[in-house]
Design a protein around this ligand. Structure first.
Ligand code: SF4
Length: 85
């Protein structure tokens, strides 16, 4: 029986995580991470509509099993809550 390896561990092993981090940082330099498309340079701590600069503050996290099964299968998904100041 093959043991389960979480996707984030596989991504780290294959280098895909590093690639995804670089892509996210590229998008942060002219922020288009959400539909507001502020285009501020968050790598320089500029703040757009969300008032979040270079580093987001995580207010909470938890496993989430409320999504439709075809989206999350048996392992659920995660929820991250950002602190808005
Ligand atoms: S609201 Fe925040 S996350 Fe969304 S585009 Fe503007 S700066 Fe980026």
């Amino acid at each position: 029986m093959q043991s389960y390896i979480p996707g984030y561990i596989r991504a780290r092993q294959t280098g895909r995580l590093k690639q995804a981090i670089q892509q996210a940082m590229d998008r942060l330099s002219s922020c288009t991470l959400c539909p507001r498309l502020c285009r501020v340079d968050r790598t320089r701590d500029e703040k757009g509509f969300c008032s979040t600069g270079k580093k987001a503050v995580v207010a909470g996290f938890s496993p989430h099993f409320g999504e439709e099964p075809p989206l999350v299968r048996d392992n659920g998904s995660g929820t991250l809550l950002k602190l808005i100041r």
